[in-house]
Design a protein around this ligand. Structure first.
Ligand code: V47
Ligand code: SF4
Length: 393
């Protein structure tokens, strides 16, 4: 089967005598599946034009996944937006001292959200929110147990390393003990949030008071050793420089070499709406696509690269599929507020399966529904959708 290629042939590009020698060597390494060094990564950020990195990233994407583009059917629960931390990029949280302005859901209210999906073929619930001192380890154990009892087929993915670090310290349990307790209560995997940019100089400027890089990585490593899969994010496009991005990706790549527990790398574009960093201009779409492509080239041991469409918007999300991305997250309803509050493209992010599958098909790729750990559930390539399904709001 032929696969989609929106770029010139790599052999033609590599023969171009005007190509920078360093970039040419990198291209040859990529084509022989050799690992890139941090210096290679830096050179790509400094000199790699969009067309060049895009062609290479697409070749890697096709080598790893062909035209397959994954999505899943999930919904989100956000227990609270009250948070004791003060990340300067966050438009979502309400400080604990102003908590009456935020929301705090009880266990019953969260179970009611789960019950709304009774009889619907969702496969995952993604639980993530602010860090509220009263929502402790016992509270979340009870929540997980009750969701599992109500709907045992639902994959429970939850809690960033930031939430877990606080939860475990407050409960005075080690990371190993805490992860085991949550795992026993039903937690099956973890999302990738809270990583931001690992380097301490950047953390000091944008999120000085939450878990540091070593703490974040230790929590993910512990989850991996328990057999859980996790994701990793990188919040880019604010005050970091190119080498901070490489340092971030390098640390993740090294942990992945040890554990193989990461499924997906998810670059998150910094959005500057309504937060303390609103004066920082956002990156251009060209810079976003270059970032995705370089991430695909550098993160050679991460099986999947995800573009989070509610944040990027549907059009840019479609474009990323030609720049290394092979996953568009899920069919989400409008309960995800962390982005809409910071100026995401999609104010009420909502796409049903037909719409998401069509978006992927229009970009010339094969839409494949997956579960959380990438077992394939259904290939939608040849499915014909009704106008009603495609137009539904
Ligand atoms: O860590 C907060 C980001 C993350 C802004 O694992 C912002 O499948 C941009 O990690 N501009 C939390 N980003 C969400 C997250 C996530 C989302 C979807 C899927 C998965 C997954 C994980 O949201 C935070 C932070 O990096 N964020 N504010 C902002 N202004
Ligand atoms: Fe709290 Fe997360 Fe917002 Fe930071 S990004 S203030 S940890 S909700």
């Amino acid at each position: 089967m032929t696969t989609r290629n929106d770029h010139p042939a790599i052999s033609t590009i590599l023969q171009d005598t005007r190509l920078d020698k360093g970039l040419k060597t990198i291209g040859e390494k990529v084509m022989s599946a050799e690992r890139l060094t941090p210096d290679d990564g830096l050179l790509l950020f400094e000199k790699g034009e969009l067309a060049y990195v895009g062609a290479l990233a697409n070749a890697v994407r096709v080598r790893m996944h062909g035209d397959k583009t994954y999505f899943n059917r999930n919904f989100h629960i956000e227990p609270t937006n009250v948070c004791i931390f003060t990340c300067r990029f966050c438009a979502y949280s309400k400080l604990y001292k102003n908590r009456e302005e935020g929301w705090e859901l009880s266990i019953d209210q969260m179970l009611d959200i789960v019950k709304k999906y009774d009889g619907q073929p969702v496969t995952e619930v993604h639980i993530v929110g602010g860090v509220h001192p009263k929502m402790n380890l016992d509270f979340f154990v009870e929540l997980l147990q009750k969701i599992r009892a109500h709907r045992p087929d639902l994959h429970l993915k939850g809690f960033t390393a930031v939430e877990l670090d606080y939860m475990f310290r407050k409960a005075k349990v080690s990371v190993e003990e805490g992860m085991r307790i949550l795992h026993d209560a039903g937690l099956q995997s973890m999302p990738g949030g809270g990583a931001e940019i690992f380097h301490p100089d950047i953390r000091a400027q944008i999120c000085h008071d939450k878990v540091d890089a070593d703490g974040w990585l230790h929590i993910h490593k512990t989850a991996h050793l328990l057999g859980m899969h996790t994701n990793a994010t990188m919040l880019y496009g604010h005050v970091e420089q190119f080498w901070h991005r490489i340092d971030h990706m390098e640390r993740l790549r090294q942990l992945q070499d040890q554990t193989k527990g990461f499924n997906t790398f998810i670059p998150l574009k910094f959005r500057n709406g309504d937060n303390e960093m609103s004066h920082v201009p956002e990156t251009s779409v060209v810079e976003d696509l270059r970032l995705y492509a370089i991430a695909r080239l550098y993160m050679d041991n991460f099986p999947h690269l995800k573009a989070y469409w509610p944040m990027l918007g549907r059009n840019t999300a479609q474009l990323t599929l030609s720049f290394g991305v092979n996953d568009l997250d899920g069919t989400i309803d409008d309960t995800t507020k962390i982005y809409s509050m910071a100026g995401a493209e999609e104010q009420n992010p909502s796409m049903n399966t037909a719409q998401l599958a069509m978006l992927i098909k229009q970009a010339g790729r094969r839409p494949i529904e997956r579960d959380t750990v990438y077992n394939e559930i259904k290939d939608y390539t040849d499915v014909v959708f009704s106008d009603e399904e495609l137009m539904a709001r």
